[in-house]
Design a protein around this ligand. Structure first.
Ligand SMILES: [Zn+2]
Length: 275
């Protein structure tokens, strides 16, 4: 593996992920700046932490750890949330930006050892923070979540969480608790949030979701038993919706969208097979 703290050379064309306080510099096209260090209006990077993130379209991607309110990068774009990038439908770029944001969060929250309080140092051959007093070592935190699209005949269960704006409905999701398998999390969350049991649980796909550090693991399932009874502490409203008459749902590029589309194509294929 390439060392995380290698410095870019001045004539290397690269993508620049300039991050601060959960935000990233995006240009007018909602893309991170791209170009050679020599050609871009970047400040000298000697004063900044720089982390090599990987490659997108055969170009290196560098994270530059900026300070909150730093205007040295103003000529390149504006600090923004990552959310505008979802609508770009560029999964490769969005996932690299997710990585940049999560690593920024990791480094900024691990400056001191959680065990003994000593200042931590970055490890130079892997992405980790090390305490040289008590040898405690930390890696970027990833919080696993399940997300599940549940179908009942030609209907799908959609609900609106308390944090979602009115009119926007999605599938159920929840964090994995310590000691749980994904299957246990799924059964528990579905019972807690909707009061039902499901069967035919099938894994579909996953997506890193950097708000702040989730790894969403997506499933489909079928309703097995129980009356719908939504958890009033988590959910504002929700119901079974006909798959061809859905309310507003999450944008393309989100795993929720992909799971809803998966259920829709299952239902469509079944109805074609019957005709
Ligand atoms: Zn320590």
């Amino acid at each position: 593996m390439t060392k995380p703290y290698q410095r870019p050379s001045a004539d290397e064309p690269a993508w620049w992920f300039i991050c601060s306080a959960g935000e990233i510099v995006l240009d007018d096209n909602n893309q991170p700046p791209h170009g050679r260090l020599d050609d871009l209006p970047l400040p000298t990077l000697d004063d900044y932490g720089v982390v090599w993130l990987g490659e997108v379209r055969e170009r290196s991607c560098y994270l530059v750890l900026a300070d909150y309110g730093d205007d040295a990068f103003a000529a390149l774009g504006e600090f923004q949330s990552l959310r505008p990038m979802i609508a770009q439908h560029d999964e490769e770029m969005f996932s690299m930006a997710s990585r940049a944001k999560q690593i920024t969060e990791f480094i900024s929250t691990h400056r001191f050892c959680g065990r003994c309080g000593t200042r931590m140092q970055s490890v130079d051959w892997e992405l980790a923070m090390q305490c040289h007093t008590c040898n405690h070592r930390c890696y970027p935190r990833i919080s696993p979540c399940i997300i599940v699209a549940i179908r009942k005949g030609n209907e799908i269960l959609l609900a609106r969480g308390k944090r979602h704006r009115p009119g926007l409905f999605s599938v159920l999701a929840g964090f994995v608790e310590a000691g749980e398998t994904l299957e246990q999390t799924l059964a528990r969350e579905v019972m807690e949030e909707a009061g039902i049991k499901v069967s035919k649980v099938q894994y579909v796909c996953s997506q890193p979701w950097p708000f702040p550090n989730s790894l969403m693991m997506g499933f489909t399932a079928e309703w097995q038993s129980g009356e719908l009874h939504l958890d009033p502490f988590e959910l504002e409203e929700g119901d079974w919706f006909n798959i061809h008459d859905l309310p507003e749902t999450p944008l393309a590029g989100t795993i929720a969208h992909r799971l809803i589309e998966t259920v829709k194509s299952q239902i469509d294929q079944e109805s074609e097979a019957r005709d």
